[in-house]
Design a protein around this ligand. Sequence first.
Ligand SMILES: [Zn+2]
Length: 457
Amino acid sequence: MHANMSKHLVLLLITVCFTFALISTSAKETPIPIAPDGIEQNVQALDPAAATQAWLATVPKAQREKSDAYFEGGYWLILWNFLLTAVISIFLLASRISTRLRDFAERVCRGSRWLPQGSWQLPLQVILYAIAYFLIVAALSFPLNLYENFFREHQYGFATQSFLPWFREQLIGLGIAIVAGTILLIVLYGVFRRAPRTWWIWGTVVAVVFMFVTAFIAPVFIEPLFNTYKPLTKPEIRDPILAMARANQIPVKQVFEVDASRQTTRVSANVAGVLGTTRIALNDNLLKQCTLPEIREVMAHEMGHYVLNHGAKLLTYFGIFVLIGFALTRALFDAAVRRWGGRWGVCGIADPAGLPLLVLILSAMVFVATPVLNTVVRVTEREADAFGINTSREPDGMAKVALKLGAYRKLDPTPLEEFIFFDHPSGRSRIRMAMDWKAAHLPAGESPVADGASSIR
Ligand SMILES: [Zn+2]
């Protein structure tokens, strides 16, 4: 999904974030350094380690330094985004802006002749509070958002949008965040009120359902707001892709092309949706910049996500994370309210004025859990890579794609760096997997039927 939505809104909507990042996990690439002839030949005597180094050595030094700088800058942005969320949350609490917002929402709802009274009072208060909260947070975090997603993307040559179209998409993203976030908060605060001690269990159920619904509707209702998806019509590209899909029991009749070049020069493809909304899409940058072997490799990777049921697996993993996170949150929230509740004017979990505290605790946990969350995603990406190489049988295509991805993902990190910061395997890891596969030199499958006599192989 897009980096459009402000990080902080997404942090609150941790679940939305997970869904977009995970269920539409994407394989991405960029420009093509051509490998020297020697690398692709000589399969018999292939030394995977040396071959991996040879591929990496094809990237010019300046290009490597640029992509390292871009990716390492992202490490700091994780910290800045967390600190900004923390500062905004503490500011809203300590200044009692949060309390005043809640009181304002209460007064409006109680005093209104037009708004329904009775059991509708509390959800209406949550709606008023939530809309104001999202707008304030979006405004306060706009400078960092502007730097990270506009200026920095232009500085590194990835962005293709001028300011106004970019800003328009930010507003659309904010609108989606407000609608989705408010719905989530109405349900969550209903749970908080009815089950102040066991909300963390029921809240997890709410979060998982929310993730599922978001994943289900994203390809149909959200993604078309930013990009146009149309069926891929070129038979020379479409047919080999559909052949791989048929060979793996993937019930797709068409593959989609998305006009990602509207926003970025990055190459990518993704699987999105669940159940009936599942679709595989590759972007126009990929079609322009990659050869058919590379495209087949990328699409086989995306099919791996589908065949290996990664949507359901990630939903399960993140459900477990949310459960643990909510259990810890319950303890931390209550402790914070005992200590500072009087000063901030926050009475308890069911009090909307405590939303910034909830966001502060959850974002701190997501920040601390960054290596774990990245590793969970990276492991599923590695599974999709293994599926991709076995299905496409394109080790050199896989290596070339990995180098293109290296335009914006550090190619050769230390193992610790990869563990902490990488949500996809690094270029080095991917090329090594491809070269290990190539060195093992699996023979193409032989058909026992065509071959007649011999029975067991
Ligand atoms: Zn992937």
